[in-house]
Design a protein. Structure first.
Length: 68
């Protein structure tokens, strides 16, 4: 069930930019996203200077841009 949830949530995020919480554990959200999709979502949310680092862990760093 977790895999089906993650796949459906991934598609939902791709098309709508929204995620839903996992039904059996409301503190969890999961999806699979591409780097370009994550970059667009962060940019749309007001973040800039977005850096992705791939190693033992996948790390995303970004700065919140100041609104004018």
């Amino acid at each position: 069930m977790m895999t089906a949830y993650a796949i459906m949530n991934s598609a939902l995020f791709h098309y709508s930019g929204k995620l839903i919480r996992y039904p059996l554990n409301k503190s969890r959200m999961m999806s699979f996203q591409t780097e370009s999709r994550m970059r667009r979502a962060l940019h749309r949310a007001g973040f800039g200077q977005i850096v992705f680092t791939k190693g033992n862990y996948f790390i995303v760093e970004a700065n919140k841009l100041h609104s004018v």
